[in-house]
Design a binder for this molecule. Structure first.
Ligand code: UDP
Ligand code: MG
Length: 338
């Protein structure tokens, strides 16, 4: 799937034969009123810093006039590319689609609702130039509701920082800039767009953050409610597992399985001793149930670990994903390993 879309991008690249400095990727879901202001603001911000750019708006199954408006604009513009998805897939998928069609050397993401300010894009790009692979915005004076948005967000950011060890203070800020190579290495699923810095960290990226402006929503309403907090917690578990055990699942499942089997075995031996040497009845002892439970769980965890090892190999080998990422290769006679 990915390679198909990429080949599309390659074709487009051959046709235009121009690689812009910057691709701005914007996921759009029912943002009709904001779009005219947004396109104007992005254009004036990037024209001011004299960089070549393209804007990629991904219409994520909007039911208002967003797609129609974007199509009209694209027909009269050289730098606007519009990707219209068949239905609403969610922000992560919309961003992934945008990434696949982006040709720029740097990729900027921001929301379509004017809550992020395109004026900040050059500041983030300048920071990227300093040698970072990902520059994340930190929304200053956030204009969202205190109890349903700001408080959960503060707690979530603290938790994600602690669990992943990636010291970013505003995971939820969409305004971010990525080096294109980094984006090509990351696969997005579910709602993992919130964890992009953590995914980037797994790929060995250099990450930093800068303060950015934030405005209240002028039009429409937010697509998320308080329920996202729970989904974030589940995703955090996935990320932690990927960060630590992606290439060695047996180390976690195997170890747990082994501990469980050892305890089960030890209790089993004790009960056998009680039965055979002391002649006592063990049929009604809770310990017997515990021993059986531990042994069965242990064997299952162990087998699960083995399966996970096979899956992990398929994950890497089927996609040609190496288990390392090279920042640069220096020297004249370097023979590539591939
Ligand atoms: N969005 C999208 N698909 C969705 C939900 C949201 O493309 O299913 C877009 C939306 O149009 C906006 C961005 O993702 O550009 C962020 O959404 P929103 O502003 O509702 O999130 P919030 O700022 O409230 O966290
Ligand atoms: Mg918003």
């Amino acid at each position: 799937m990915r390679s198909l879309v990429n080949s599309e991008a390659v074709k487009n690249e051959a046709m235009s034969s121009v690689v812009p400095d910057v691709s701005v990727v914007v996921p759009v879901h029912n943002e009709e009123e904001s779009l005219p202001y947004l396109l104007e603001a992005i254009t004036s911000s990037l024209t001011a810093c004299q960089m070549s750019y393209e804007i990629i708006c991904v219409d994520d199954g909007s039911t208002d006039g967003s797609a129609r408006f974007l199509k009209e604009q694209a027909l009269n513009s050289h730098d606007l590319k519009v990707v219209i998805l068949r239905r609403n897939y969610g922000q992560t998928a919309a961003m992934a689609a945008g990434f696949n069609y982006a040709l720029g050397k740097a990729i900027v993401t921001l929301d379509a609702d004017l809550q992020n300010d395109p004026v900040d894009i050059p500041i983030l790009l300048a920071k990227l130039e300093e040698g970072y692979d990902l520059v994340s915005g930190v929304r200053q004076k956030r204009q969202d509701r205190a109890f349903t948005r700001l408080l959960p967000s503060k707690i979530a950011n603290w938790l994600i920082r602690k669990v992943t060890g990636v010291n970013i203070h505003d995971y939820g800020c969409s305004l971010k800039v990525y080096r294109a190579e980094l984006v090509a290495d990351m696969n997005l699923y579910g709602e993992l767009h919130r964890f992009l810095p953590a995914l980037a960290h797994i790929e060995g990226a250099r990450i930093t953050e800068v303060p950015v402006r934030h405005h209240a929503r002028r039009f429409g309403r937010s697509k998320y409610g308080i329920w996202r907090t729970f989904r974030v917690l589940m995703d955090l578990l996935t990320i932690k597992f990927m960060q630590k055990f992606l290439t060695r699942p047996m180390h976690v499942f195997g170890l747990l399985g082994l501990i469980s089997m050892l305890w089960g075995g030890a209790i089993g031996i004790y009960l056998t001793f009680v039965k055979l040497a002391l002649g006592e009845d063990i049929g009604n002892r809770p310990l017997l149930i515990l021993a059986v439970l531990l042994l069965v769980t242990g064997v299952q965890l162990f087998c699960f670990g083995l399966l996970a090892e096979l899956l992990m190999r398929t994950y890497h080998e089927s996609q040609g994903r190496p288990i390392y990422r090279v920042r640069e290769v220096v020297g004249k006679k370097v023979v590539t390993g591939e």
